[in-house]
Design a protein around this ligand. Sequence first.
Ligand SMILES: [Zn+2]
Length: 284
Amino acid sequence: MTQLFRQRRDRILAYQAMRQGRALSLQQLCCEGCGQESPAMQWNEGLMVCPKCGHHMPLGAYSRLHQLLDAGSFRELDGDLVGRDPLEFPGYPEKLAALREKTGLKESVVTAYGTLRGYGAVFAVLDSSFLMGSMGWAVGEKVTRAVEYAGRHRLPLIIFSASGGARMQEGIYSLMQMAKTTAAITRFQQNGGLYISCLTHPTTGGVTASFASLGDVMLAEPGALIGFAGPRVIEQTIGEKLPEGFQRSEALLENGFLDKIVNRSQWPEVLAQLLALHKGGKSC
Ligand SMILES: [Zn+2]
């Protein structure tokens, strides 16, 4: 019976990942890095990394989890928790409903328990295809609950961020999520929990200014834009041209904000090594 449940969970995650395969419906997909086209099949096989230049295009949350988790170990947490419309913002509920239909996501974060090469961990993965991965009440709540779940079960926490920042349609409720997630992570770390923060393109605004920057280990994908305000806003504010590569992962690694840049295909290996070190080599 346990085996049956594992197989069913695996099928659900595989189906969601396939549904998210952005390139599936296209014959060719154009790279935002080099501008060259490649067959959809190659994009899917390479987890949305350009086969020609290695540029990392956004990867859906379920596809990301499908890459990382051991078969049959995926257990989604708070899968039915959805956003509200506290300010009665015009058109917001309709927008959420249309995005749920289009993306197969209920919100812009998916949280889950799973094992990675035998090591149990709690995962939160933001998805930029849902309102730019912006953080409203539901995202803050799901991240906070994932952190608390990890704390209760003494599991490491791994968050993949990809976000445009706070969600403007929820105003102040959105900004409150910064304090809430930060407090939860601080408590988790004070109790000895390991938090690995993985930043992907783009990670900006209120997400950078809260949980994304608080990792015990800070990792990022190549070429990811990571910052608070975007480069255009900074240039307009200070009236100066920014240096080449400003706010990209490579510059942030050089300046000490990141510990390592990880190519997409290397995530399972790198994360498994860190989890193994944390557990003293013992898997669960
Ligand atoms: Zn390319």
